[in-house]
Design a protein around this ligand. Sequence first.
Ligand code: ASP
Length: 294
Amino acid sequence: MSHNYVIVLHGGAGVNPDREYAQVEAHLAGLVDRCDDMLAGGASALDMVEFAVSQMESSGLYVAGRGSAPNDQGVVECDAAIMDGARMKAGGVCAAADIAEPIRAARAVLDHTPYILLAGDGAKAFAREHNLEMVADPATHFVLPVGIEAEEMLQLDEGLAHGTVGAVALDMHGGLAAATSTGGLLGKRAGRVGDTPITGIGNWADSEVAVSCTGIGEAFIYAGGARDLAARMAYGGESLEQAGDALLAAVARNRGDGGLIAVDRMGNVTMPFNSAGMKRAVSGSRIDRRVSIL
Ligand code: ASP
């Protein structure tokens, strides 16, 4: 046992300079401290990333879970994925309405099915079967107004046009895990699915590295996504930092921007972004807690 552990969180790429982020910063600081304590107590990386993302989903402070942005039909459809690098097992849900904490459904897919991704009504029925909390009344549950036009919403707050939350962790047993959850893009066409729930693109963990991405999903898919970062390290001999920067350069070449968080099995961390800011936090046995927005 190395006893080295790390937790890294992101609350989405893209920051509105006119918006106040003190509440987000305080939330990230409190959450990363709790995760640090639990990892120090022996918690697994998988449990930790699920817990961290569910807390961000239910806070309503980010464009995921309660804070998700409605699509062009005024419906909130969420995407989420989780992966356990130690067991090479993943789970996800996409275009899923009415699941209060989509990452819990992704974890249930990982734990209870041989599949990786359940979509739409199938995902919803699966969540119900597993007694996960469902949204009783979208009009009061979601923080962003459901049922108003995307253009009106953009006038309200440009910073909410898209967003995602994610967590990656290394536990003291050497396990790596990643979890990512999003409401996607504000006003997206009903049924649109981005990078977030696609294992290997928006989210990835293996025995070497764990990665969670945020930004324009289509560009991350063209660029190869999180598994491209892992492959650059495995086949190209690139460092974690070089591989993260190279992925974001490819995202930019593919008409997008965004950011990512990643941790490798040695406990190295990278948190690059080429968007205007990325809400993020890190803490670990050998890393002092840091929370940043810009
Ligand atoms: N990647 C997400 C998507 O394209 C959005 C985001 O991270 O802001 O659905």
